[in-house]
Design a protein around this ligand. Structure first.
Ligand SMILES: Cc1cc2nc3c(=O)[nH]c(=O)nc-3n(C[C@H](O)[C@H](O)[C@H](O)COP(=O)(O)OP(=O)(O)OC[C@H]3O[C@@H](n4cnc5c(N)ncnc54)[C@H](O)[C@@H]3O)c2cc1C
Length: 425
């Protein structure tokens, strides 16, 4: 047992844990961040060895021009590259090449714009009792073919099946949203931002927490290394990890908290990333979709000269299917669909690819999926997940971001700041 008694121990060095740690440390608190991985960042993971530019294996975009991340990027002396994802959206039907929405057949164009319109009207319609997004769209008259389009446009982003997304939770987020609609990448990579943000923070890597023994007099955190004590503890591990019981709480968390943890669902999230000799797509390509398996594609090098990297991001069932296959097979399937979308005809993209990688977050022992969502009837679980237990245990992380955008980096950061302020700074 380490005899030192910290003011606050923070479990997890992802965006939420680092944000909480930064606030507390800068306010003069004696803190320790405990992280199971050999790196910081959690579901942010930038690699610098795949290409000349940073490649994001996890979070990639800053969602919104007002997201708090921008201020940190500025302070760190880094830069953002704007990406017009939806304005430049290209869509493909079956195995045909992807076209800008304005050039699509009128019926498909009307489906895409109509679905967006109904989605945006959700707060006004506010269905009671709570129903799934799929049910809501059916009520609006959309048929099953249109729902396949909605899955790609609306549900894949949320890392959830369309019929498992609570309208009430989506509405809560829309009302709390202060981030805006524009999208950006960090030129130097999210990794550089976190390196700067975590400077000097007292931290243990390669140290997994097993037990949290807690009471009114504080906590003892039992780890794979040593036991550590503190007056307070902020828990920022993904809710999927809490649900698995990987960390034992003694005494157990309140039944309300346990129910809230059990209400969340976390689905698979998988990226297929390819590097080619040269970009054989036009420099205006930002985002393209179709209703296939490798359904959503984007160009990580958008806004830079000559970057020949393209990535597919799939979630929920599509990601599970990609994960179930042997890696090479999944990557080859991705190339087949990419060939359709880019209209490459007989060209064998396998011969042009220099490198490729599948990144399956469902296989990641400390994430067990992408990011969490709430099914219909469970929207109340989010604030309960965020609520402290007595004055000892505090909770942060993307899933707790009830007053911001869950499922995002900036939501996770804000949740970390909230937990720090609950600890008195
Ligand atoms: C593929 C993918 C793409 C995404 N794209 C975007 C995007 O473009 N834009 C965006 O804003 N967001 C995106 N997100 C979501 C974003 O990454 C998350 O919302 C955010 O990074 C979560 O931060 P967090 O601190 O809540 O959790 P995490 O980053 O998961 O941090 C929790 C930490 O706890 C650690 N931990 C777990 N168990 C233990 C234990 N027992 N002991 C000690 N430590 C433990 C983990 O290792 C981890 O480091 C994406 C996520 C994924 C997976």
């Amino acid at each position: 047992m380490n005899e030192r008694v910290y003011d606050v121990i923070i479990i997890g060095a992802g965006a939420a844990g680092l944000a909480a740690g930064r606030k507390l440390y800068d306010a003069g608190k004696d803190i320790l961040i405990i992280e199971s991985r050999d790196r910081i960042g959690g579901r942010i993971h930038t690699t610098y060895d795949f290409n000349d530019i940073p490649t994001e294996l996890g979070a990639e975009f800053i969602h919104g021009e007002n997201a708090v991340t921008h201020e940190l990027v500025k302070q760190a002396g880094l830069h953002v590259i704007p990406v017009d994802r939806y304005g430049k959206l290209r869509w493909a039907q079956y195995s045909r090449p992807a076209l800008p929405v304005s050039e699509l057949p009128p019926q498909l164009r009307a489906t895409i714009t109509g679905l967006f319109m109904h989605y945006q009207a959700l707060p006004k319609d506010a269905p009671i009792p709570d129903i799934s997004l799929a049910q809501y769209l059916r009520q609006k008259g959309w048929d099953e073919e249109a729902l396949k389009v909605a899955d790609i446009l609306l549900a894949q982003t949320c890392c959830a099946p369309l019929d498992s997304l609570s309208c009430a939770d989506l509405i809560r987020e829309m009302r709390a949203d202060h981030a805006g609609k524009q999208e950006f990448r960090i030129k130097e990579g999210y990794g550089e931002l976190l390196k700067w943000y975590s400077r000097d923070l007292p931290m243990l890597l390669n140290t997994a927490v097993r037990d949290v023994n807690w009471g009114d007099d504080g906590v003892t955190v039992v780890t794979t290394r040593e036991d550590y004590r503190a007056r307070r503890c902020i828990i920022t591990v993904p809710v999927s990890i809490l649900a698995r019981g990987t960390i034992r709480f003694n005494p157990p968390l309140s039944s309300e908290k346990q129910q809230a943890i059990g209400a969340f669902r976390t689905e698979a999230a998988t990226k297929l990333i390819y590097r080619f000799r040269e970009p054989f797509w036009d420099s205006d390509l930002t985002f393209m979709c179709h209703t296939g398996l490798a359904a959503r594609w984007w160009t990580p090098g958008y806004g830079r000269e000559g970057v020949a990297v393209i990535a597919c991001f799939a979630t929920a069932e599509k990601a599970r299917i990609l994960d179930e296959q042997e890696e090479n097979r999944a990557l080859t399937w991705g190339l087949t669909e990419l060939n359709w979308l880019l209209g490459m005809g007989e060209r064998d993209l396998r011969k042009l690819a220099i490198d490729s990688r599948r990144v399956s977050w469902a296989f990641d022992a400390y994430a067990r999926g992408g990011y969490a969502h709430l099914p219909p009837g469970q929207a109340a679980a989010r604030p309960v997940l965020a609520r402290p237990e007595h004055d000892t245990l505090f909770f942060a992380g993307e899933a707790t971001a009830y007053d911001s955008n869950p499922q995002t980096v900036h939501g996770a950061i804000e949740s970390g700041w909230r937990a720090a302020s609950e600890c008195g700074v």
